[in-house]
Design a protein around this ligand. Structure first.
Ligand code: DSN
Length: 429
């Protein structure tokens, strides 16, 4: 990763000091805190720069060589570069780099392969899926008939917290969905793409692997690839892949036309060219040997952190992790997830509260917190630092239970002291 530079936004500061101050405050916050939200990261200076260029100024509805606006001499090259790099990195025949983010990308998949009212299938949101996998409050659950699978109930020794493939198969054969989504947002274990692929083929469904969380791990060889099992791969570009906020859809050539038509003109207007450029840069970075080291370090850190948390008596969904993410059920600690998350935030440890499978509590006040290691690994923390991280979480959760604000303040200063030794691009030293 490139070295950090001192943050400086002279034009912004002159034109809009109020907004510039907010950006500065966010830079400080990101510098001083331990960011554990597993879907977040720190992009490189090169990605930051690419996303702030004059490419911002250009409209380019359509695709390279087939645009509805002139003046695409450079924009076409930018998009072609991003496409070529995505295809090479993930070993796919087709890539569309235009989706604005993960939800529009997934909506485009439905547009490509289903009609309103059709049955679609995905993992239930409270089990670790995503809103756009057919959950009721999402357009995908309102405009389509969403049927949902989950994970096994019961003790870890009996597969508790793992996907129940008997259930997935039974449901798929009974409901015959047009589209099956695998992947999600709170899945600490390896996704068995081959098993999903077999079920989808048997049911005659299009299998979509939503690898938003693990795209960087796949690129770096730290998680198996959904190629060749999935018909479509959907991913955001800003999580473990460490690019700008954007998304991509990848597929075999046979689905290329349907996907491209669904993204534009089906769903979106002009692509965000500055984002396309930054995606291209991130894909280039992810193709370097150092990114393989990064991806494996993310997983090593998560596994080490999980061990340290288990040693402190925490209950982890599925008993640990295979990837970048840990889902903690705080029920045995007698602290609701939201109270813990807010207390940890005051202690300089940024997590999100999250439902756990079969959560008796409501999604806005659930039993768990979700943590992950992509950001801290980008800053250079290693397995040797995970005991300290687990200790802060332990002390933070204890302080949350007793309402001990002084203890949270002490943790906050300890966290800031450690993080000052681990700079990140774009942040003040
Ligand atoms: N918001 C993303 C996450 O945090 O996992 C999913 O869309």
């Amino acid at each position: 990763m490139t070295l950090p530079t001192a943050s400086s936004h002279p034009a912004l500061t002159a034109a809009d000091p109020e907004l510039a101050a907010l950006v500065g405050a966010e830079e400080r916050l990101q510098a001083d805190t331990l960011r554990l939200i597993p879907s977040e990261n720190y992009v490189s200076q090169a990605v930051l720069e690419a996303s702030g260029t004059v490419l911002q100024n250009k409209y380019s509805e359509g695709y390279p060589g087939r645009r509805y606006y002139e003046g695409q001499q450079n924009i076409d090259q930018v998009e072609l570069l991003a496409i070529a790099r995505a295809k090479a990195l993930f070993g796919v025949e087709h890539a569309n780099v235009q989706p604005y983010s993960g939800s529009p990308a997934n909506l485009a998949v439905y547009l490509a392969f289903a009609e309103p009212g059709d049955t679609v299938m995905g993992m239930a949101l409270p089990m670790g899926g995503h809103l756009t996998h057919g959950w009721g409050v999402s357009a995908t659950g309102k405009w389509f008939r969403g049927v949902q699978y989950g994970v096994r109930k019961g003790p870890i020794s009996e597969g508790g917290g793992l996907v129940d493939f008997d259930e997935v198969r039974e449901l798929a054969l009974k409901e015959r969905p047009k589209v099956i989504f695998c992947g999600g947002t709170a899945l600490p274990r390896t996704i068995d793409f081959a098993a999903f692929g077999e079920i989808a083929r048997e049911a005659g469904a299009v299998l979509v692997a939503d690898v938003a969380h693990i795209a960087g791990l796949i690129a770096g060889g730290a998680h198996p690839s959904p190629v060749p099992h999935a018909d479509v791969i959907s991913t955001t570009t800003h999580k473990t892949l460490r690019g700008p906020r954007g998304a991509m859809l990848m597929s075999r050539e046979e689905h290329a036309k349907a996907i491209d038509k669904a993204v534009f003109p089906g769903l979106q207007g002009g692509p965000h060219n500055q984002t396309t450029a930054a995606i291209a840069v991130a894909l280039h970075e992810a193709a370097q040997p150092s990114f393989r080291d990064y991806a494996h370090a993310v997983v090593a850190n998560a596994k080490a952190l999980a061990e340290e948390l288990l040693a402190r008596g925490f209950d982890l969904v599925s008993g640990g992790t295979d990837n970048h993410l840990i889902l903690m059920d705080l029920t045995p600690k007698d602290v609701p997830g939201k109270i813990a998350a807010k207390a940890l935030d005051r202690a300089g440890i940024v997590v999100n509260y999250n439902t756990v499978p079969y959560d008796p509590r409501k999604p806005f006040d659930p039993s768990g917190i979700r943590i992950g290691t992509p950001s801290l690994t980008s800053r250079g923390l290693g397995v040797q630092d995970m005991a300290a991280v687990a200790d802060w979480i332990d002390r933070g959760v204890t302080a949350a239970r007793s309402g001990d604000e002084d203890a949270l303040a002490v943790i906050r200063s300890e966290v800031a002291a450690l993080m000052s030794a681990f700079p990140a691009p774009g942040l003040p030293a």
